[in-house]
Design a protein around this ligand. Structure first.
Ligand SMILES: Cc1cc2nc3c(=O)[nH]c(=O)nc-3n(C[C@H](O)[C@H](O)[C@H](O)COP(=O)(O)OP(=O)(O)OC[C@H]3O[C@@H](n4cnc5c(N)ncnc54)[C@H](O)[C@@H]3O)c2cc1C
Length: 711
């Protein structure tokens, strides 16, 4: 604990101790008050301003120090100053005192609590950021919830002090008036159980009102649309990608009648233009790169001759091999009706389908899941349409290797494809506006990837902003700006990989008035419900993540909440989300990065294990990378892990499971890992943490003990 914290804590303890030692608590008993009512009133009549000021300060001190007696002090306010002035004094004093207690709790405990339970508190923090004022208001109306507890608990959340003060002032007013009034009637007034129940109901009122409000809002949204008397389906899912497939399957497994509508290809982006083809291409590129490194493995020569068209045909072969997993036949066998066609939401209960053969169908449905995915974002850079470009949607059609390829974008997709094409023989220039590749990761992670890219011949141009594309004498040129200077980069083909946007247009959202967010994804609440509670969204169309595994994770919530939301809803849980970028070296992450921990002021310790030391990595000639783990200070609780190196995406699974189930580094260290494997790196990272936290005093004693034993 820092010195200033220790000082504040000591001050509070001394003041609270003095209060009890001097018998302050005795004066705050109701019987005492009744006995001295006359005297209190007399003093006020003789010295009104002085008495009011002293009372105000005493009230602030008692509440600020979270001492017992605020209720009795409020009654004193009524007895001494009457209803109006009593209410004014108590209202301000209690709000100021509460805010002081809130600030003290924040100063003393918040960092510790957030560091210890940060991951688990994420949902609470987000809830408080969004609706904390509302909940505080409701709590303030319920006298059954102790005043001081609310102050201390709210101090641990991210709520702004000004919001806390304002809501407390307003929220406590009703209770204050009643208590002050009780003080004016001290002789006769009794705080009965009935009154507390009445207050509690008053407090529950906003919560009930909120539910009612949500119901009214939904009713109003629905009111514009005629409701079918009967429904053809329980659920219609729009989109047969990673999200839609899982959503439909969950519904079928729960014995709902479900139709999945896909306008293009089952499996969506992941199977057809995303994860699967990119990983297939990366593998071929990697095989080539290994062949080129034959000498490192003691082989005198190895041939790396190939035809690029064959490489791209292999990609298609891999897609075809995985296709049956996502096929209409498979899903039909699981109980999902699959329809090939373009879906449009005609009303909250009607989905119209335009089939490729011109037929139209209209299905009435209880609920709808929107899983329409996303598409590559193409920036409007002058000349880009004239020079032409590929995106992750179209690059798979290439059958001739571009001699000079510009990859626009230094994110995961740009990096994966830039390296793969470079390994296949293109002269790749990767252009990124930001100062480094993979900007979401820690700087040294980006540096490791960049170093390898440069070594493999990728011309990495970070800090370069693409300004225009030109065709000059038949040659394609990118004009980029770097540190105020303009430079020209010639190329044969351009691959745009600067991000993806959600598909939110053209299938009915506009007519239904379903809003989109600033990030241009479909707006949903924490239950993934849109403005219409029976219409949910998941996957890339809903965000905030753009991964296959998050799409299918969300799909469960979207499906269950769409089908059963009227009875029970489940909040989408984003507490432990892992991801990987399949470059070489591979980069995988779960939880916090060091940069994020610093930005968010989350206390943490960093342990790094260098994979260059790992036997298996050395045997494989792949001795590079690291395991970096963030833990809570002095604890083995994992806040986040980043792995850079061979199979990082597989290795991270151990840390994902550990974080998900609250397993610390000590338990990872106590787990047998097979020798020689890359997975041992996880254990060695845990070992490095253990060494840094070895009990030095005990070890000193042991050393002396052994010395004594030796005589
Ligand atoms: C090159 C690349 C590599 C990637 N690599 C990885 C990776 O390694 N790991 C990973 O986790 N993620 C990866 N991703 C991301 C991953 O592909 C997406 O996050 C995932 O596909 C999202 O699934 P989805 O179901 O939300 O959307 P999609 O897969 O896009 O599916 C949406 C479907 O909805 C259909 N549709 C849209 N509108 C309608 C309509 N009106 N009617 C009927 N059908 C409609 C579309 O045709 C589409 O098939 C990669 C993406 C790309 C582009």
């Amino acid at each position: 604990m820092s010195r200033s914290r220790a000082l504040v804590l000591a001050l509070i303890v001394v003041l609270a101790g003095a209060f009890f030692a001097l018998g302050g608590h005795r004066y705050l008993a109701l019987e005492q008050l009744r006995a001295h009512e006359e005297a209190v009133q007399r003093t006020f009549r003789q010295h009104p301003a002085g008495t009011a000021a002293a009372y105000f300060l005493a009230y602030v001190a008692v509440t600020g120090l979270s001492l017992p007696g605020a209720a009795v002090l409020t009654l004193v306010g009524g007895a001494a100053f009457g209803l109006l002035w009593g209410t004014v004094l108590v209202s301000f004093a209690s709000s100021i005192g509460a805010t002081l207690a809130f600030l003290a709790s924040r100063f003393l405990l918040r960092d510790w609590v957030q560091a210890r339970f940060g991951a688990r508190l994420r949902a609470v923090n987000e809830g408080v950021a969004k609706e904390g004022a509302f909940y505080l208001f409701a709590l303030r109306l319920v006298p059954a919830v102790p005043f001081f507890l609310i102050n201390l608990a709210m101090g641990l959340t991210p709520m702004r002090a000004a919001t806390f003060y304002a809501v407390s002032q307003v929220g406590m007013l009703a209770g204050t008036i009643v208590y002050v009034y009780a003080g004016t009637q001290l002789a006769t007034f009794r705080l009965s159980a009935g009154l507390v129940v009445a207050f509690t109901l008053l407090g529950l009122f906003p919560l009930a009102a909120r539910r009612a409000l949500a119901a009214v809002k939904a009713r109003r949204a629905f009111a514009r649309w005629p409701r079918p008397a009967k429904f053809d389906r329980n659920l219609v899912v729009i989109g047969g990608g990673s999200a839609g497939l899982v959503a439909a399957y969950i519904a079928a497994a729960a014995r709902a009648k479900v139709t999945l509508v896909e306008k293009h290809r089952m499996g969506g982006d992941c199977l057809n233009t995303g994860c699967v083809p990119s990983k297939a291409l990366i593998k071929t590129a990697r095989v080539l790169s290994t062949i080129r490194r034959a000498k490192e493995y003691g082989l005198r020569s190895a041939s790396a001759e190939f035809d690029f068209a064959d490489v791209m045909e292999r990609v298609q072969r891999v897609i075809r091999a995985i296709e049956p997993h996502d096929s209409a036949e498979r899903y039909a066998s699981l109980g999902v009706e699959c329809v090939h066609g373009e879906a449009k939401i005609a009303s909250p209960w009607i989905v119209e389908i335009q089939k490729p053969n011109g037929e139209k169908a209209s299905l009435t449905t209880r609920a709808i899941v929107i899983a329409a995915g996303g598409r590559p974002f193409v920036p409007r850079i002058p000349g880009i349409e004239q020079t032409g470009y590929y995106t992750s949607d179209t690059v798979w059609d290439l059958r001739e290797l571009p001699a000079r390829l510009v990859v626009l974008g230094g994110g995961p997709i740009g990096c994966e494809l830039a390296q793969a094409f470079a390994r296949l023989g293109s002269r790749v220039t990767q252009v990124e506006m930001l100062p480094r590749l993979l900007i979401r990761e820690d700087p040294e992670v980006s540096a490791m990837v960049e170093k390898r890219f440069l070594a493999e011949g990728v011309d990495v141009r970070t800090g370069h902003k693409a300004k225009a594309f030109r065709i000059e004498n038949g040659r394609k040129v990118l004009l980029a700006e770097h540190e105020g200077r303009e430079l020209a980069i010639e190329f044969d083909a351009l691959l745009v990989a600067v991000g993806r946007v959600a598909n939110t247009e053209g299938y009915g959202l506009e007519a239904l008035g379903i809003p989109v967010t600033k990030a241009r994804t479909v707006e949903t609440n924490e239950f993934l419900q849109t403005a219409y509670p029976n219409i949910t969204a998941c996957g890339d169309v809903a965000g905030p993540y753009q991964f296959t595994h998050t799409a299918s994770h969300q799909a469960w919530y979207a499906s269950v909440n769409a089908l059963f939301g009227g009875v029970k809803k489940f909040r989408a849980d984003y507490s432990v989300i892992p991801w990987a970028t399949f470059t070489d070296p591979e980069v995988a992450r779960v939880g916090l990065s060091e940069t994020e921990a610093k930005e968010r002021n989350i206390p943490h310790e960093v342990t790094v294990y260098g994979i260059d030391d790992l036997d298996r990595a050395i045997a494989d000639e792949e001795a590079h990378g690291m395991v970096k783990v963030l833990t809570a200070p002095g604890k083995d609780r994992i806040l986040g892990a980043t792995i850079v190196g061979e199979h990082a995406g597989d290795l991270i699974a151990e840390y994902v499971a550990a974080m998900r189930h609250g397993i610390g580094l000590k338990k990872i260290l106590g787990t047998i890992h097979i020798y020689p494997t890359l997975a041992e790196a996880n254990k060695y990272a845990a070992g490095a943490w253990q060494r840094a936290h070895a009990p030095q005093k005990l070890l000193g004693l042991l050393e002396r003990y052994h010395a004594w034993r030796r005589g």
